[in-house]
Design a binder for this molecule. Sequence first.
Ligand code: DC
Length: 234
Amino acid sequence: MKSKNKTRIITIDGPAGAGKTTVSKALSARLGCVYVDTGSLYRGVAYEVCRCNVNWRDEAELAALLSSLSFELKLQAGGTPRLFSSGQDITDYIRTPEITMLSSDVSAKTSVRHALLGFQRQIAQNSDAVFEGRDMGTVVFPDADHKFFLFADLKTRAIRRYSQNNNAGCSQQTKTAQPQTLAEVEEAISKRDQNDSSREEAPLKPADDAVMIDSTDLAPDEVVDKILACITAK
Ligand code: DC
């Protein structure tokens, strides 16, 4: 691990639906640096678990899968990174409700987290970046230049995710996804919150030195402005 970043690293952690993705993309566009969606990596593992029919609860089977994985993230300022697995673009396949829940389950496995740790830190060696995830400020980049933790009440997060899913022209859920009702979205988010924050390895929690931002009553631009103000003031 680097003791001091040469590159400028900004971390944005928080639960699902807190606005991390919208805010991180906008922030990276404003700062002219890349945006890294680390959740897509856990989703990529879940996708490969399904595609290869792996019993992920079996440590040996999971380890064999992890050692065979070859991921590449094509990054851009302000845009959604494309995730490639062994050369194939799988970005449009990793946001179904099934992959979403499975990504939360597999992310609790120590072997999965360890497999992705070096990959994430490697990206940070090369460019200034906004990293979005669950353990960015606590585990992956404890020395990040700026750390933020976004949160919002459950109902608000469920409504946001539900509207994203149903927004025509938005490909949040693509390919095999079945539409979810608002109640189903809320239940799935609540279950993921519980999974992600109660796991032993790198649970979802704010870093001690993270700036906490409640986005419940804020528009994305207002959150971005708050973050930029903190960055400028530091
Ligand atoms: O951010 P997301 O919803 O795409 O993340 C999908 C799952 O991946 C999430 O439920 C937990 C896991 N995850 C994680 O454990 N650590 C991260 N840094 C990012 C995501």
